[in-house]
Design a binder for this molecule. Structure first.
Ligand SMILES: [Fe+2]
Length: 162
């Protein structure tokens, strides 16, 4: 679950979405920083699990489901096509939301937004904070502002306005 003030699509996401209609497989994007780069606000263990396990699972599931969907399309199996749709939405959304989330964070983040209404997603699933903050989600939500990449948020806002 991503709690978001708003979320924009941007040109950087077009390749991810474009793969839905082709035989191209989705792949896990590299983080633009090391797993430990957001410490002490988000520790390396969380970042590693979150990226290499949780996000990777969305990507893998999406690829499997898309393959099954293509087979169902070829067979004209509408019942299977319909049955696969919730999983496609869930895993496709998870892949896109996490791809945005990583770029909304930066070791050089923090500070204040630059006078714009932010387009920012913050992951509030327990896997995003529990290992470090346990059940105290408000502390995670306080700390994360130290690593928000306002430059990226501003870029997304500007791309959305065009
Ligand atoms: Fe997540």
């Amino acid at each position: 679950m991503l709690s978001r003030a708003a979320l924009s699509s941007s040109r950087t996401l077009v390749p991810a979405l474009g793969a839905l209609g082709s035989r191209q497989k989705h792949s896990l994007p590299d983080l633009p920083y090391d797993y430990g780069a957001l410490e002490p606000h988000i520790n390396a263990q969380i970042m590693q699990l979150h990226h290499s396990k949780h996000h990777a699972t969305y990507v893998n599931n999406l690829n499997v489901l898309e393959e099954r969907y293509r087979e169902a399309l070829e067979k004209g199996d509408v019942t299977t096509q319909v049955a696969l749709q919730p999983g496609l939405k869930f895993n496709g959304g998870g892949h896109i939301n996490h791809s945005i989330f990583w770029t909304n964070l930066s070791p050089k983040g923090g500070g204040e937004p630059k006078g714009l209404i932010p387009l920012l997603g913050i992951d509030v699933w327990e896997h995003a904070y529990y290992l470090q903050y346990k059940n105290v989600r408000p502390d995670y939500l306080k700390a994360i502002w130290n690593v928000i990449n306002w430059e990226n948020v501003t870029e997304r806002y500007m791309a959305c306005k065009k």
